[in-house]
Design a protein around this ligand. Structure first.
Ligand code: GLU
Length: 373
C-alpha cells in the first residue's frame, strides 16, 4: 500500500528536527547534514521536488556563542537563532554544492502565513524556487517573532508548509524510529506502530503519554502535524533521521517508521488555511440549535444562535465557535466585529439593520468561511 501511495508523490516536505542535525555537544553535525544532503540529491535525481523545513538554528547559534545551556530568555534565543541560522544555511550549502544543488533560505512567521495575500505570495515564491531547481530551506524567523505569535514548533510549521507548497507528502525526521504504543525509553513492551489510519483522540492521547522525541516539540506536536497535514489530504511519514538512507527508503515505500494516512474528507486549501494557519482572535458561543444547524445541516451562523461573544475582533477575523459546553467545534471568518456581533446576538437577521444602522448580510459567519473541526 505504501508503494502505491508513494508513486503519487512528486513534491515532498521534509522536516528535520534539531536533535537530528546536532551532535552530543549540540553543535551542527556535518556528517549527518552531509548524509541527508546526499539523500536530497538522490531524490532530485528521481525527479522529486524537495522542500525542507529545518530546525537547528538555535542549537547552532548556542554552540557558536559558547553558551553551555539552552538559552532561556527570549532575547538570548533570538540572538542564538540569528547567529545559528547562517551557520545552518552554510552547512546545507556546503553539503549540496558537490551535487550541484543550490539552496534558498525562506524564513516565515505565522503573521506572514496568516495574511491570505502573503500566504499566496509565499506559495508563488516556493513554486518559482522549485522551478529553478533550488531546494528551499524553511525555518521560522525566530529572531523577530515573540511567543504569542509563534508557530510554536517546526512540526506545526511543516504541516502548514504542505498546504502553502501544495505538497503531496510530509516526511518528519526525528530522533525516534516512529510512533510507539508507549514510551520505548521506559517501557520494554512499547511497540512501533507502522500504520495509523487517521489521527483519532486515542492516538492523540497516546502521543501525549509517550513523550519520546526531544526538541521543541515532542510526540504530540508530531501527531498534531500529521493530523493537520491529513486534513489537507496529505499523508505523513515519521522516521528516525539518525538511520542511514532512511529518506530514500521511506520515499520508495519501505516499511519504515510510521505512516499516518489522512482521514475523513480533506479540506480545500482555503478552508485548511482558515482552520489551521490563522490564529483565532475570539470566541463565539452558540446555542444547541445553531450548533446542530452548523454541524448537521450545512448552515451558516445566524445572529439568532449567538449566545456569547468573547474577545475583541474586527470584521473578517478568525473565530472559534463553541457550544454551550465550551467545546470548540468549528472555526470561521466573521462578517461582523465583536462589538457588532454582541449587539445583534440573539436577534433575527431581519433586525440587524435596525440595530446597527447598517447591514453586511444575514449571517455572522457564512458557510463558505466556516470549517467544522
Ligand atoms: N526554529 C527553531 C530553530 O531553528 C526550532 C523550532 C523547532 O524545532 O520546533 O532552532
Amino acid at each position: 500500500m505504501r508503494k502505491e501511495l508513494l508513486k503519487t508523490v512528486k513534491r515532498v516536505v521534509i522536516k528535520i528536527g534539531s536533535r537530528v542535525l546536532t551532535d552530543a555537544n549540540g553543535a551542527l553535525d556535518m556528517a549527518v547534514i552531509g548524509r541527508i544532503c546526499d539523500e536530497f540529491a538522490a531524490l532530485r535525481k528521481k525527479g522529486l521536488e524537495v522542500i525542507v523545513v529545518s530546525s537547528g538554528a538555535i542549537a547552532a547559534g548556542r554552540s557558536e556563542l559558547g553558551l553551555t545551556d539552552k538559552p532561556r530568555t527570549i532575547p538570548h534565543k533570538q540572538a542564538a537563532a540569528a547567529v545559528g541560522q547562517t551557520r545552518l544555511m552554510h552547512a546545507y550549502e556546503l553539503s549540496l554544492a558537490p551535487h550541484n544543488l543550490k539552496v534558498a533560505q525562506v524564513l516565515l512567521t505565522s503573521e506572514d502565513l496568516g495574511s491570505r495575500q502573503r500566504f499566496l505570495n509565499a506559495r508563488a515564491t516556493l513554486n518559482a524556487l522549485l522551478g529553478f531547481g533550488i531546494i528551499p530551506i524553511i525555518n521560522e524567523n525566530d529572531t523577530v517573532v515573540v511567543d504569542e505569535i509563534k508557530f510554536g514548533d517546526n512540526d506545526n510549521l511543516s504541516a502548514l508548509v504542505t498546504n502553502v507548497a501544495e505538497a503531496h507528502l510530509l516526511l518528519i525526521l526525528t530522533d525516534i524510529d516512529g510512533f510507539y504504543s508507549a514510551d520505548p525509553h521506559s517501557d520494554p513492551d512499547a511497540r512501533l506502530i507502522p500504520l495509523i489510519r487517521g489521527v483519532t483522540r486515542e492516538v492523540e492521547k497516546a502521543a501525549g503519554a509517550s513523550g519520546s522525541a526531544v526538541g521543541t516539540g515532542g510526540m504530540s506536536t508530531k501527531v498534531a502535524a500529521a493530523k493537520k497535514a491529513g486534513r489537507n489530504g496529505v499523508a505523513t511519514i515519521m522516521v528516525s533521521g539518525k538511520n542511514k538512507r532512511i529518506i530514500v527508503e521511506a520515499l520508495q515505500g519501505a516499511e519504515v517508521g510510521t505512516l499516518f494516512l489522512p482521514s475523513g474528507t480533506g479540506l480545500n486549501r482555503r478552508k485548511h488555511w482558515i482552520a489551521y494557519t490563522l490564529k483565532p482572535s475570539g470566541r463565539i458561543v452558540v446555542d444547541d440549535g445553531a450548533r446542530m444547524a452548523l454541524l448537521k445541516k450545512g448552515k451558516s451562523l445566524l445572529p439568532s444562535g449567538v449566545v456569547r461573544v468573547e474577545g475583541k475582533f474586527g470584521r473578517g477575523a478568525c473565530i472559534r465557535l463553541c457550544g454551550l459546553d465550551g467545546v470548540e467545534f468549528a472555526r470561521g471568518l466573521t462578517d461582523y466585529s465583536s462589538a457588532e456581533s454582541l449587539s445583534i446576538a440573539g436577534y433575527k437577521s431581519t433586525e440587524i439593520e435596525k440595530i446597527l444602522g447598517y447591514y453586511y448580510g444575514d449571517v455572522v459567519i457564512h458557510r463558505d468561511n466556516l470549517v467544522l473541526l
